[in-house]
Design a binder for this molecule. Structure first.
Ligand code: ATP
Length: 513
């Protein structure tokens, strides 16, 4: 199936099964704003729990924080967001569509990679086991030609971004003959910068209300509370502060479902270290974070690091963790070595010291910071994309199944009486009442058992138990595995211990250390 079709199916499946709804749908929706339904909120909460526990339970030196969305407007001056948090935009004069100039060029770069991959795949098929990919890439003229074009463009693009040269950015688009996907023409405007922060007013408008921003990242809440946490928690460097919360960006080119939203959620952790030790910690956190992703079992080959072409004004090293979505490898998480930029800047703008006294070195300094920053919604999309399967069954039917990592599944166990009569429904409810304190259970007595299995597959429930007449006699049930569809008979008493190992967050977290 074409990847475009897969993506469309994931979007409609999300709506049909209560994962994600377009916001304000009865009023025709709002661009790039979404609501999470009954299953979506559970999946989202589980993702957040996996992250939160991995940060705060597994690291004694990482603690949490929940700072406000509204912050003093000078914070955004100090952080550089007022002056520099903008995207380079370009319009096509024929279609009147607006694009991010950098994204148009990145997509063009990806085309060279696709061409190379196609050549490699073709040759691998042709030569079978004897195929030597390294040698092929080093000698095939088409591969070499595409690679040198890619490299030349990449260098020019990186230089242009670093210099912030907007007219050169436009020139690249012209020289690469990039066309508007809608009109198919190359009739481009100039490139302009557009600030992404939402502004609103605090206080009564009549008497000097002040302009405030909806935070575009949660990180600044951590920086301005750095000393509050350090002192009240008696934290010693190195230590981290983790936070989950909403962030807002007035994204102009908002496409691809929940990948790029105007209101979204971030899970950010700032790790404070001694100056000079930051690159070592950067490498450690890179390793820790990729392990966290890969442990979910959604395919090791679907992750890659992507080092930044252009380092943000505050960073001395930066990389993205990308996941292979149906529309290509895309950033899910950023890991940045932010130097002492933020704390020093807040020191300057607030006039307050942001220094830490290091008892071992017997001196004070502004710590350096490693940041790990992941979008909950992008993570959600990667989990959905990585789990969505359509499977042909023996009888010719197809089932849609979400093969979620069990610990993240919205519902862990479905409880299904074979029929409503003969006391089976009562028995099933009794089991439900005893298990609902252990994990999220769902009771369902409507329709044939086959249909009920399909419904649970479609929301990714790892296990279903069926209560039948034998249950009343010997206190056993059949338990069905979502992925293998195999069923076995087990005692009611052993359900908790069986599931505990397979679906609990603890099992997943244990593998992290
Ligand atoms: P992009 O280049 O895709 O705009 P970014 O590099 O600006 O992303 P960061 O500022 O590093 O993103 O934010 C950290 C994380 O927050 C991202 O890795 C992503 O998961 C998430 N994120 C950022 N912007 C959005 C958005 N508009 N919608 C959903 N998630 C987002």
């Amino acid at each position: 199936m074409a990847q475009d079709d897969v993506f469309k199916k994931i979007v409609s499946h999300s709506k049909e099964y209560g994962f994600v709804f377009p916001s304000s749908e009865i009023y025709d929706g709002m661009g790039a704003v979404y609501d999470y339904g009954q299953n979506g909120v559970e999946l989202k909460n589980n993702i957040k729990k996996y992250w939160w526990d991995s940060m705060t339970l597994l690291n004694e030196n990482v603690v949490g924080l929940d700072s406000a969305i509204f912050m003093h407007p000078t914070i955004w001056k100090a952080s550089g967001h007022v002056d520099a948090f903008s995207d380079p935009l370009i319009d096509n004069k024929d279609s009147k569509k607006r694009y991010r100039a950098d994204v148009l060029i990145e997509e063009h770069l990806a085309k060279f990679e696709d061409k190379i991959k196609k050549e490699v795949d073709k040759a691998a098929k042709k030569f079978g086991e004897a195929f030597d990919e390294v040698q092929f890439k080093a000698t095939n003229t088409r591969v070499l030609d595409n690679e040198s074009k890619r490299q030349a463009l990449h260098e020019r693009f990186a230089k242009t971004l670093n210099e912030g040269d907007l007219s050169e950015l436009r020139q690249i688009i012209v020289d690469c003959e990039i066309v508007c996907p809608v009109s198919g023409t190359r009739n481009w405007t100039e490139v302009r910068q557009f600030n992404l922060m939402f502004a609103t007013e605090m206080g009564s408008t009549a008497e000097g209300a002040s302009k405030v921003y909806l935070r575009p990242e949660t990180a600044q809440g951590i920086f301005v509370n750095f000393l509050n946490v350090q002192k009240s928690g008696r934290m010693k460097i190195p230590f981290g502060i983790a936070q989950i919360g909403k962030a807002f960006r007035n994204e102009i080119v908002a496409r691809q479902f929940i990948f790029r939203m105007r209101e979204f959620e971030q899970m950010e952790m700032q790790f404070f270290v001694r100056p000079g030790e930051e690159l070592e910690w950067f490498a450690k956190w890179k390793e820790t974070r990729i392990k966290w992703h890969k442990l979910l079992g959604m395919g090791e080959e679907k992750y890659r690091f992507h080092d930044h072409e252009k380092l943000a004004h505050y960073a001395n090293a930066a990389t993205d963790i990308e996941y292979q979505m149906p529309f290509g490898f895309k950033e899910v998480e950023g890991i940045h070595s932010r130097t002492d930029f933020d704390l020093s800047s807040h020191e300057k703008f607030s006039g307050k010291k942001m220094q830490y006294f290091d008892p071992e070195l017997n001196k004070s300094y502004v710590p350096f910071v490693i940041e790990t920053s992941i979008g909950v919604d992008r993570m959600f999309l990667s989990v959905l994309s990585g789990s969505y399967c359509e499977e042909k069954l023996d009888g010719g039917d197809t089932r849609v199944v979400l093969k979620f990592p069990p610990a993240l599944a919205p519902v862990k166990l479905a409880i299904l009486p074979l029929i409503k009569k003969d006391g089976l429904a009562e028995k099933a409810k009794e089991i439900m009442n005893s298990l609902k304190f252990e994990f999220t259970c769902q009771y369902d007595e409507k329709d044939s058992i086959g249909k009920r299995y399909r419904r649970q597959d479609a929301i990714g429930t790892p296990y279903c138990i069926t209560i039948d007449h034998q249950t009343l006699e010997d206190q056993t049930v059949t338990i069905r595995n979502r992925d293998t569809m195999l069923q076995e008979r087990i005692a009611i008493d052993s359900i908790v211990s069986k599931l505990e190992i397979e679906v609990s967050m603890k099992t997943l977290l244990r593998k992290l250390i």
